[in-house]
Design a protein around this ligand. Structure first.
Ligand code: HEC
Ligand code: HEC
Ligand code: HEC
Ligand code: HEC
Length: 268
């Protein structure tokens, strides 16, 4: 009786392991105690044909996060923070939801596809011109951030209407949009200029603290800046923009405040 249970148990344990054996018709196994090939690399373990077996494969350098090296994890979060990806995206359950959720992208996409999206960014995403090394660290960070996340925990991103088709241009487009772009929680992508930085998430905790000496951008600081950028940065190229009270409030609402930017606390 006991031996029968044991055999049944062994069978249950062994069958899933055999399931990954077709990878080892061509490769030698490694990290055996840490999971099956597809836990780390994805791919299709049921085929001996390389092209099928390698469906959605993740190369070793992009799955180093599976080894849990503390230094790599730390560097990954440092790069994400430094480049402020979270002012537009949510990653590891934290960040603004102004555009696609990186945890969702990690579940769906291959490293090649992720690299491609970062190297050839969408119109409203900055070009970060990353080194190969930074890219590898970043892709590991995006994947590791999605580890504990399930598709149904990932909040959908609001669909915005493109401002291009609107009859009356919004005030951001009129006053700032020739030099700046922004993804506004209220209006979607507005502005067409690349002379000044992309201002998405300016008032959220995820925008770099570039106002002055590590200070964040608040509505008050923005007022000061718009009146005369050179008071803050002597070499600023941006000219003062004169706005009346109503225009000022309108610009602030397009940028969106932290409190009405529901995204910033999404699904921690
Ligand atoms: C028919 C033989 C064959 C099978 C089956 C196979 N591979 Fe490979 N694999 C190769 C060869 C050959 C390479 C060398 C690079 C190339 O030609 O794509 C490779 C490369 C790889 C790489 C490196 C990919 C890269 O982009 O650098 C990984 C990771 C990998 N295989 C994992 C797997 C996993 C996981 C499975 C099972 C799901 C698997 N392989 C099944 C033959 C195979
Ligand atoms: C715990 C996660 C993990 C498991 C399980 C795992 N690998 Fe890997 N694999 C890695 C990592 C990380 C690397 C790259 C760094 C290294 O070699 O340690 C790698 C490297 C490779 C490479 C070298 C090519 C490349 O892309 O770097 C091949 C081929 C490969 N693995 C195939 C397999 C196969 C086949 C299995 C199943 C028998 C498997 N791996 C199981 C994490 C894993
Ligand atoms: C100013 C806003 C902004 C910033 C900052 C930003 N992105 Fe994006 N990102 C976008 C937009 C817009 C898209 C296009 C979304 C779409 O097409 O649905 C995008 C798309 C992506 C995609 C493709 C997602 C998918 O589902 O296919 C990846 C991956 C990505 N970004 C990674 C990053 C990383 C990593 C960083 C930080 C280094 C970053 N982004 C910073 C705006 C931004
Ligand atoms: C004629 C072009 C131009 C216009 C119009 C313009 N800006 Fe700028 N802005 C810039 C440039 C260039 C910079 C880069 C910093 C500098 O001046 O050196 C900048 C920087 C900024 C910054 C600092 C961002 C940071 O992270 O350092 C903010 C905030 C800003 N602009 C807000 C606005 C707003 C809001 C408007 C509209 C009311 C606006 N700008 C209109 C050109 C412009």
């Amino acid at each position: 009786m006991v031996s029968r249970v044991l055999i049944a148990l062994l069978f249950l344990i062994a069958v899933p392991a055999w399931g990954s054996q077709l990878c080892v018709t061509c490769h030698s196994a490694h990290y055996v105690g840490r999971g099956s090939c597809i836990d780390c690399h994805r791919g299709n373990p049921d085929s001996e044909r390389k092209n099928i077996a390698h469906e959605r494969i993740r190369a070793g350098k992009y799955v180093r996060f599976t080894l849990g090296e503390a230094a790599l994890m730390k560097e990954g979060q440092r790069v994400i923070d430094l480049l402020a990806c979270r002012r537009c995206h949510s990653s590891a359950g934290r960040g603004n939801s102004l555009t696609t959720n990186l945890d969702g992208a990690a579940l769906r996409k291959t490293p090649k596809e992720l690299v491609q999206s970062i190297r050839n960014p969408a119109t409203n995403m900055p070009d970060f011109a990353l080194t190969e090394e930074q890219m590898t660290v970043l892709i590991n960070a995006i994947y590791s951030g999605s580890l504990a996340r399930k598709p149904d925990q990932i909040a959908p991103v609001k669909v915005h209407f493109n401002s291009a088709g609107r009859k009356d241009p919004d005030i951001f487009s009129t006053k700032c949009g020739s030099c700046h772009r922004i993804i506004s929680a209220r209006l979607g992508a507005v502005g067409t200029g690349d002379i000044g930085p992309n201002l998405s998430g300016l008032f959220s905790g995820f925008y770099p603290k570039t106002f002055r000496n590590d200070e964040v951008w608040t509505t008050k600081n923005l007022d000061t800046w718009l009146k005369n950028p050179r008071v803050i940065r002597p070499w600023a190229r941006m000219q003062p923009v004169l706005l009346n009270e109503i225009e000022t409030r309108e610009i602030e609402s397009v940028i969106g405040s932290v409190s009405n930017n529901s995204a910033s606390k999404e699904g921690r």
